[in-house]
Ligand binder design. Sequence first.
Ligand code: SAM
Length: 321
Amino acid sequence: MATTTARREGCLKRKRRAAGIIEGISLRSLAAERKTDSRLADYNHSVHGRQPRKPRATITLAMEIRASLSAFVNKQLSRFGYALIQTAAGRRPPYFASHQGKRYAYEPILIPDGLAPWATDDDFLAVWEKVQHNTLVDIYRCYELYQTIREIVPVPGDIVEVGVWRGGTGAALAAAAARWKPDAHVWLCDTFSGVVKASQFDSAYRGGEHADASEATVEGLLRALGLVNASILKGVFPDDTAAAIEGRRIALLHIDVDVYQSAADVVSWAAPRMAGGAVMIFDDYGFSSCKGITRLVDELRSGGEWLWFYNLNGHAILIKR
Ligand SMILES: C[S@@+](CC[C@H](N)C(=O)[O-])C[C@H]1O[C@@H](n2cnc3c(N)ncnc32)[C@H](O)[C@@H]1O
């Protein structure tokens, strides 16, 4: 009887080990939480005969040093357009930053073998060829903006971009509208004297950045693409220029203004002018330099008026319910 019970217990232990469970501890969740502590070390030692692992504090310190070192190296490399990436399978451990009472986690997001439809879209590539030198936005987000016009064809209204700089994303939107939504006009709104309304909610911007742009540059780009469906509104939006489009509806709003209060004012003005299905795309969502934008989008999300999508590429996409 005693032998049978011992056999059963042995069998049970093997099953639990195979499932990664010992004494009520899920090894997977331990690993996930990076609690490589003495319980796991003792377990490995007893089961696999391995040497006990280093104490947890040493491992955590080593990971922190590694994270700080690679953040430092990446910062230097990013000046030249390069980055260090880990090629082995698995995620890099996140690192954390707190700002104005909120805690954010960051980690490099790598998507191996992602589908790249822009690479075979000749119409888009012809546009990209012209806009790429007039934008701070990468090809992935530009393509997403361009393609979103197709999705909002049935939604009544115009296309508004606030934060135009030298016109790259605005011209891409206008090119897509000329192709798929010819009934819509494209309004390109910028101070052309840089970012405004920076506040304590913003992590890097202080105001006045990106003043190296002009109406003439944007007009030149629109001309180069043969676009006649776009107009420029120069001044702070909505304060100085929204009156020019009072009474119009908005089907797509692209907000690329870098700071919390500027974006919040744009949304307050535009949201009542957007029908169900209308789309707001925020640039800079999740970027550590634009924590004010992340804060605002998260607030809008909790309001329940919008469907929220984080596209892992710096875009938050909100669809009016
Ligand atoms: C990052 S840039 C825009 C980049 C642009 N979308 C591109 O294709 O690279 C941000 C721009 O927002 C503008 N801006 C910020 N707040 C604004 C506001 N409330 N009204 C008008 N322009 C604003 C700044 O002047 C600046 O040119």
